[in-house]
Design a protein around this ligand. Structure first.
Ligand code: NAP
Length: 211
């Protein structure tokens, strides 16, 4: 494994409703592959693409994320999106983080490859791509062709700043986990034990509070 390079920081934005091992595996894989100094997990306020959905209150998503990452010394958490409030746009996330980090830091925004295909629908995509390099995480076999077709001229302009990272598929989604919980099924070994305990203690996702 290569040594971490000072000044390279991964940003893992997400709704994390709830956080699961898929998110953690992706973050750790990106840290290793791109020699990142650390990864900052940034729970979203109201995600723009989920504004009509019921999202679990921010304090619970923040605490579940904190519990999930605390055993990894390279993982940190930021409240920038929660403290700003309202709908979370990545352009604002990156601007706030940049103002808190040393000026020479290069940010790497880690995201699912599907999300980057939709980046043209995000607020100020060119600014977003200027502020951070992107690590688009995908299943093996995904090509850059799709990406260049989907984002067209932006791809030509920013191709050196968009990286594809193939990670073995972890068949987990937050939607699938919420469904399991509503059905009274176990999520043990799919999310960290600390998160399972938090969900049960707080009675989230239709579980019965243990108080
Ligand atoms: P999420 O569902 O909580 O997931 C976080 C990230 O982990 C996503 O990139 C997701 O990719 C990936 N992921 C989840 N499960 C995975 C698995 N099993 N294997 C591999 N990757 C997995 O987060 P989200 O709601 O999509 O939001 C992601 C970030 O993008 C947030 O910071 C949000 O604010 C930002 N965003 C911004 C805009 C905007 O500025 N207009 C619009 C949309 C999103 P997949 O989605 O591919 O699963």
């Amino acid at each position: 494994m290569t040594e971490a390079q000072a000044g390279r920081i991964g940003i893992m934005g997400g709704t994390f409703d709830p956080i699961h091992y898929g998110h953690l595996v992706v973050a750790e894989a990106a840290r290793e592959a791109f020699s990142l100094e650390k990864i900052i997990f940034v729970p979203a306020g109201i995600p723009p693409h989920k504004a009509k959905e019921e999202v679990t209150p921010a304090r619970h998503r923040y605490l579940m994320t904190l519990l999930a990452i605390m055993s990894n010394p390279y993982f940190e958490i930021s409240r920038v999106d929660l403290d700003r409030g309202g709908v979370t746009y990545t352009v604002d996330t990156l601007a706030d983080l940049k103002s808190q980090l040393p000026p020479a830091v290069q940010m790497y925004f880690i995201t699912g490859a599907d999300a980057i295909l939709e980046i043209l629908s995000w607020k100020s995509p060119d600014q977003v791509l200027s502020m951070a390099e992107f690590i688009a995480v995908t299943r093996p076999g995904y090509g850059l062709d799709q990406l260049s077709q989907a984002i067209g001229p932006l791809y030509a302009e920013f191709r050196d700043r968009i990286h594809i990272l193939e990670v073995p598929p972890v068949g987990l989604s937050s939607t699938g986990l919420r469904r399991r919980l509503v059905e009274g099924r176990s999520i043990r070994y799919l999310v960290p034990e600390t998160v399972v305990a938090y969900i049960n203690n707080e009675g989230l996702y239709g579980t019965s509070p243990e108080r």
